[in-house]
Design a protein around this ligand. Structure first.
Ligand code: GDP
Length: 335
């Protein structure tokens, strides 16, 4: 199935519309991804999945498109006729959204209504998944946060996601579209974009351990996040679309840890002391911060029978291991 989850690049370009084939291994989908046109290659994180479309039996297809271009999106919906739509594309970097708020609103907010309008206009019976975000809780009204917790976004990104959340609910209630929100707390993996704090840390650990770098510059170390493993979360997303009725679900581990704790775990895992390497650069502070996120996924546990398999310590270690291995591969390749 579409494997990219919220493991998006900072300026993500993929929406995944899927069409079921026979059940031949995996979940048996033919997957169509949308990718922004660029004059340089930008598919590094899915290159291992990509095959030449001329080969028989290929099941992943990429199409040029853009969340800001509704004509193109509607054409693709007509052509692909997806049964399930996983709408993951966004300008998804919170800090960046303060620098480009209008673009973030356009792509992250209006992008969602463009697809929903496309589904309505084409009369497709596709099920629609909206990648909602724990950033919508922002200045939290309740700990832990659940489906009924009011939103209080603290960034242009969070505000755009709240808009997208409500249009998803609205198309369900107004037009009977099978549209649901997964409110996913931070989900990480070795494929996380390098400017998000987890990956920034694990990549720096690999470079520092290998002697290629000495310092790592970060912002607020006190922020707490509920970090889960993207692979577990993709399973939850898929389960939501297999239900008879569309509903909204919080997906989280229920544990919260500070950026400082992440540093401690990642550096000590390879025998380093983070205090000797980390410097604070206030540039990374945000005009308004989300101090604490921790989710209550009991609805998903009850109704989807979903549990996260990987928790904090294992997540940090698998990300450090992956960055160490990637660096070694690169160094061997350069020799
Ligand atoms: P977010 O939860 O979607 O904003 O995910 P990020 O990984 O971008 O940030 C998580 C937390 O780490 C936020 O509270 C940031 O303020 C904090 N943080 C501290 N230093 C950094 C940094 O250098 N880069 C990023 N991206 N976040 C940082």
């Amino acid at each position: 199935m579409a494997s990219r989850s919220g493991d998006r690049p900072a300026n993500s370009s993929y929406k995944l519309g899927t069409q079921k084939h026979g059940e031949k291994g995996g979940k048996g989908y033919e997957v169509h991804g949308i990718i922004r046109r660029a004059s340089t290659f930008n598919t590094e994180r899915i290159d291992h999945l990509y095959q030449d479309p001329h080969i028989n039996g290929v099941r992943l297809f990429l199409h040029f498109g853009d969340m800001a271009d509704s004509t193109n999106l509607i054409k693709l919906l007509y052509r692909i006729q997806p049964e399930e739509i996983y709408h993951l594309a966004a300008q998804s970097h919170v800090r960046v959204s303060f620098d480009i708020p209008e673009y973030t609103g356009d792509v992250t907010g209006l992008g969602t209504v463009r697809i929903l309008e496309g589904v309505r206009e084409t009369g497709l019976k596709a099920k629609f998944y909206q990648a909602s975000s724990s950033e919508m809780y922002g200045k939290v009204h309740e700990v832990p946060q659940r489906e009924t917790t009011p939103f209080y976004p603290r960034s242009p990104y969070g505000a755009a996601k709240v808009y997208a959340y409500w249009v998803t609910v609205n198309y369900r209630e107004s037009y009977g579209v099978f549209s649901c929100n997964g409110i996913l707390f931070n989900h990480e993996s070795p494929r996380r974009g390098e400017t998000f704090v987890t990956r920034k840390i694990t990549r720096a650990v690999a470079h520092i351990k290998t002697g290629l770098q000495d310092k790592l510059y970060l912002g607020n170390l006190d922020a707490k996040r509920d970090w889960g493993y993207a692979k577990d979360y993709v399973e939850a997303i898929w389960l939501m679309l297999q239900r008879a009725q569309p509903e909204d679900y919080v997906i989280a581990t229920g544990e919260t840890h500070s950026v400082r704790e992440f540093l401690e775990e990642a550096f000590s895992y390879v025998g380093l002391d983070w205090r000797s390497h980390v410097e604070i650069d206030p540039w990374y502070y945000r005009p308004a911060e989300v101090d604490l996120l921790v989710g209550d996924a009991s609805k998903a546990r009850r109704e989807l029978n979903w549990e996260p398999k990987v928790k904090f310590k294992e997540l940090v270690r698998l990300m450090v291991d992956a960055d160490m291995a990637a660096l070694k591969r690169r160094q061997q390749h350069d020799l």
